[in-house]
Design a protein around this ligand. Structure first.
Ligand SMILES: C[S@@+](CC[C@H](N)C(=O)[O-])C[C@H]1O[C@@H](n2cnc3c(N)ncnc32)[C@H](O)[C@@H]1O
Length: 343
């Protein structure tokens, strides 16, 4: 999944920093897991992973990709004649007369069917609603267990960006129909990372997890003022399906409780200090960049304050070698990894 600040292209650098500085480590906390690419990679490398993010849709993906310990069998659905649930959901009839259209939140609020918003074409909006409502009903009826529930939900979350009328994030929709929106939404199988390690997934503020003990804390917080909650509000609403109060041109859900201390110049320093001071992990690896809200000098100072002897290391990588962006815009921009062993 495309995600702001996603680390797909930095996985080998993260591996190298871990291998270079930590021997004999088994468990890693990925405390800002986002799209879950790092957690998923670490699980595949054999680590026990404890993942977390404040966004619920990220939790849904975590819970599916690294939280499921054996391939879901959907036995109860088989008993009612459904042998291929993804196919069943993909081919659900979308006849408006078959169900209560008022309950279809996405159709009513994010398509021209019930609003002036152009996030989805009407048929896809309705399909998202029907699939989401069907998954919830199966769960409430005891036809699917927790693992199966999160597997199907994650499959829906992964499918949404392929039919959404956006340029990457959900803060605004396009005023013309992108050709992608004419595709039918299709749920696909998700590759699971089954490593028999009892991975754990959380959906809370990072401060609530600092007590947890693991061999390494990997922290990839936001770098700038751009909050994640408003940029991914629609994935959050589809994941929660909680009929939120929404407002504005983009139909944004309330997110004041989800504002990040890493997204404000006033609070970012305190947020980093809390993370590094209060963690119960001996090793810390932080992803950041040299143009973030806290300067490289200040973040390095905080790290050094809490580091054993000479354990602090700063790695920098030319951003343009990882992202194919316009040279002028990214001139001098560097991806960074800060490592320290805690006193
Ligand atoms: C840079 S992204 C992480 C990207 C991730 N490593 C990946 O590769 O997809 C930062 C993440 O931190 C989460 N976040 C921000 N503030 C948080 C907080 N206070 N507690 C927990 N998660 C938070 C955001 O929701 C976002 O998903």
């Amino acid at each position: 999944m495309r995600y702001i600040g996603g680390k797909t292209l930095l996985l080998d650098k993260i591996d190298n920093a871990i291998n270079e500085n930590c021997s004999n480590i088994h468990s890693i906390i990925d405390i800002f897991a986002g799209s879950v690419v790092v957690s998923s990679h670490l699980v595949q490398s054999g680590f026990q992973v404890i993942s977390n993010d404040i966004l619920y849709f990220s939790y849904v993906i975590q819970r599916c990709v690294i939280g499921i310990s054996k391939i879901p069998s959907f036995d109860k659905l088989k008993e009612i004649g459904i042998f291929a649930p993804l196919e069943y959901l993909n081919y659900l009839p979308i006849d408006k007369t078959d169900f209560d259209i008022q309950k279809c939140f996405i159709y009513q609020n994010y398509s021209l069917g019930g609003s002036s918003r152009m996030y989805f074409r009407e048929d896809n909006a309705l399909k998202i609603d029907i699939i989401r409502l069907t998954i919830e009903q199966w769960y409430l009826d005891g036809c699917i267990n927790d693992d199966e529930y999160f597997y199907l939900l994650a499959s829906l979350i992964y499918a949404v960006p392929y039919v959404a009328n956006i340029t990457g994030v959900y803060a605004a929709y396009l005023k013309f129909w992108d050709k992608r929106t004419y595709n039918q939404i299709v749920l696909k199988e998700i590759p699971l990372r089954l490593n028999n390690q009892n991975n754990y997934c959380y959906n809370c503020d990072y401060t609530a997890l600092l007590k947890i003990k693991a061999d390494l804390l990997y922290a990839d917080p936001p770098y700038n003022q751009r909050e994640y909650a408003p940029n991914y509000h629609l994935l959050e609403t589809i994941a929660r399906y909680d009929y939120p109060k929404i407002k504005g041109v983009s139909g944004m859900r309330e997110y004041s409780q989800m504002k990040s201390k890493f997204c404000s110049k006033k609070t970012v320093e305190e947020a980093f200090e809390t993370l590094i001071r209060d963690t119960n992990c001996n090793n810390i690896l932080i992803s950041y960049n040299n143009e973030g809200l806290i300067t490289t000098t200040r973040l390095s100072e905080i790290c050094k304050d809490y580091a054993i002897n000479d354990s602090f290391k700063l790695y920098e990588f030319d951003y343009r070698r990882y992202k194919n962006k316009i040279p002028n815009e990214t001139e001098g921009l560097k991806e960074q990894l800060y490592f320290l062993r805690r006193r």
